[in-house]
Design a protein around this ligand. Structure first.
Ligand code: ADP
Ligand code: MG
Length: 257
């Protein structure tokens, strides 16, 4: 049985996809079997794993509409060493097509059940919204990893996400919990970032991951090569931080078990 995590934050551009692909590749390097589910119609996790979203014959869209299984639709990220259930623009149509269907929130959960023997980790890269797609992610997961920048408004957005997680926990998925907050794009020279980071630790304690991901241009360059930063430039500061985070996750799930 894999541990299934959503990487979620309803804001865009906060490092969800970067976290998903780097954690996936970092876990794969540590010998873990990983599936990335690209739940965002932008398909950035798909492209960033070296898989051309325009050439997908089958994708998450087909899985959600039950015209393909995950085993049929997944692809291998050769460089990353993990599998990808890819997405492209087609997926935005699923948002509407799912509405009249039975178990519309549980489609991903149901499809993942058939792959449980294949993986140690499933990482779900969520879109920047609290939509039906995101709900499918939250209904499938054991926990949520929240990447966030240490900026003033970050805390404000967090309460909406935490409330959604509480509601899903109460009504749809009793095992769902916040696994942790991951500080990303961190610049220690900026006083405000230091202050927000300290506030997060004071407020959320152990829920704040020890690993801190710095702002690092190598992480931003890697996707255009279809690679995670930890593969593209393993010795860069950003890559080293994500490797540390991958090891922290492996430790963290031992405590959950
Ligand atoms: P999201 O998936 O939340 O929209 P992304 O992971 O796509 O966010 O990140 C948004 C942008 O910031 C991308 O261009 C990405 O390459 C860049 N980025 C993400 N993390 C870092 C980082 N630690 N340092 C520098 N650039 C980053
Ligand atoms: Mg993204």
């Amino acid at each position: 049985m894999p541990r299934i995590f959503c990487i979620a934050n309803q804001k865009g551009g906060v490092g969800k996809t970067t976290t998903t692909v780097n954690l996936a590749a970092g876990l794969a390097q540590a010998g873990q079997r990983v599936l990335v589910v690209d739940l965002d119609p932008q398909g950035n996790a798909t492209m960033g794993s070296g898989i051309d979203k325009r050439k997908l014959e089958l994708s998450l869209y087909d899985v959600l509409l039950e015209s393909a299984s995950i085993a049929e639709a997944r692809r291998r990220s050769d460089k990353g060493g993990y599998d990808v259930l890819g997405a492209n623009r087609e997926l935005s149509g699923a948002e509407i097509e799912l509405v009249p269907l039975e178990r519309r929130n549980q489609r991903l959960h149901d499809a993942l059940a058939a792959t449980h023997a294949d993986y140690d980790f499933v990482l779900i890269d969520c879109p920047p919204s609290l939509s039906l797609l995101t709900l499918n992610g939250l209904c499938s997961a054991h926990g949520v990893i929240v990447p966030m920048q240490c900026e003033y408004f970050a805390l404000e957005g967090l309460s909406d996400l935490v409330n959604t997680i509480k509601q899903v926990h109460a009504n749809l998925n009793p095992q769902l919990q916040v696994i942790g907050l991951l500080r990303v794009m961190y610049d220690p020279r900026i006083t405000l970032q230091q202050q927000v980071s300290a506030q997060l630790e004071a407020h959320f304690g152990d829920k704040v991951f020890k690993a801190v991901i710095p702002r690092n241009v190598r992480l931003a360059e890697a996707p255009s090569y279809g690679q995670a930063g930890v593969v593209f430039d393993p010795s860069s500061k950003g890559a080293l931080a994500y490797i540390q985070f991958a090891h922290e996750m492996i430790e963290r799930i031992k405590q959950l078990a």
